[in-house]
Write a protein that binds this ligand. Sequence first.
Ligand code: FAD
Length: 390
Amino acid sequence: MTSFHPAAEYQDIRDGVAAVCAQFPGSYWRDLDARRAYPKEFVQTLIREGYLGAMIPEEFGGLGLSLTAAAVILEEIHRSGGNAAACHAQMYTMGTVLRHGSDAQKQQYLPGIADGSIRLQAFGVTEPTSGTDTLALKTTAKRDGDDYIVNGQKIWISRAEHSDLMLLLARTTPRDQAQSKTDGLSVFLIDLRELKGNGVEIRPIRTMINHATTEIFFDNARIPASALIGEEGKGFRYILSGMNSERILIAAECIGDAKWFLGKGSDYARERVVFGKPIGANQGVQFPLARAHAHMMAAEAIVYRAAGMYDAGENPGVEANTAKMLAADASWEAAEACLQTHGGFGFAEEYDVERKFREARLYQVAPISTNLILCFIAERVLGLPKSYGA
Ligand SMILES: Cc1cc2nc3c(=O)[nH]c(=O)nc-3n(C[C@H](O)[C@H](O)[C@H](O)COP(=O)(O)OP(=O)(O)OC[C@H]3O[C@@H](n4cnc5c(N)ncnc54)[C@H](O)[C@@H]3O)c2cc1C
């Protein structure tokens, strides 16, 4: 399938990623899905080829590429039928260290993240009782001499079992004593290798998709004060500044998913003959695929517009959120059209459609749900009263 997109000049990256993905066909992902196992070989190959260090500057051993290039990499993984959720956080969580970490922290971690000897895959924000209301999170980090003592619980923390480090958001000043409602939260880069069984317990959560997600319990976990990123109390700002890149990259994955569903659905519609002709000759089968393609193209344009603005140093909050919502909607529409086109075979594991269908559903909820994006657009663009929070 060919379609215009502003990232066309990255064809060499697309070809390189496609060659890697060709080594990991549907049967690879199907087997992992059945066992809920982590795609270790796939992730190691991506690291070896340098793709996960794409956005790390060359001075720290990365490729020094733009967010647009990183979006192309993730889009291509999903277009090929794979899933980058096992490792995409390695691309955007390191941005918090790069933008807000000290020189010593950058020197200590970024080269290892770039060459794969250190895995930074985990991002610990969500908690069971606060959900989307991040400012209400309850995990605390209390200063104790040269350390902080962490207590609390995180949930839906993906890849924690496959990560050496984790970016942790915790409250360092009680909410009622903080200077403003967004102050009082701090970001720490913590070493899970030292903490596991030592104040930190990680429990996997089995879900409808193969996502290696977990809940994490902190019980007087002692972390060095040197794990603090930037200034104490300013962590919410640091996390927010990384969210645009996360949303744009995940939107690009959704575009890749949409392209996979449309390619798979169209192929099947051409080949499957019922009532003496290909089912794709019926407009009832064509139109949902064609409509989904049109919506995918519109979403793709916004995704790469947002990425271009990010690369130009702008703050594309509206574009990044819009891109995430439209791309997630486009992939879900394409998933629905593809599954329906396959009829009963859409439910058979060997076609991969049901697996990708389940995976595509996540992006209506995470990393930010559609409703919350609509709240943001209503408030920030349309000037409507804020419907949530203080
Ligand atoms: C597989 C998976 C992986 C994840 N990985 C990570 C991770 O690695 N790190 C991490 O920190 N988090 C992670 N998350 C958490 C994810 O970001 C949250 O699930 C998501 O932000 C929604 O939060 P919640 O589940 O608490 O929903 P809630 O906040 O409880 O919301 C529930 C529903 O209510 C709606 N809602 C809530 N408030 C409003 C409102 N004011 N107006 C309208 N609608 C509203 C929401 O849209 C949603 O549909 C993951 C989640 C999943 C499922």
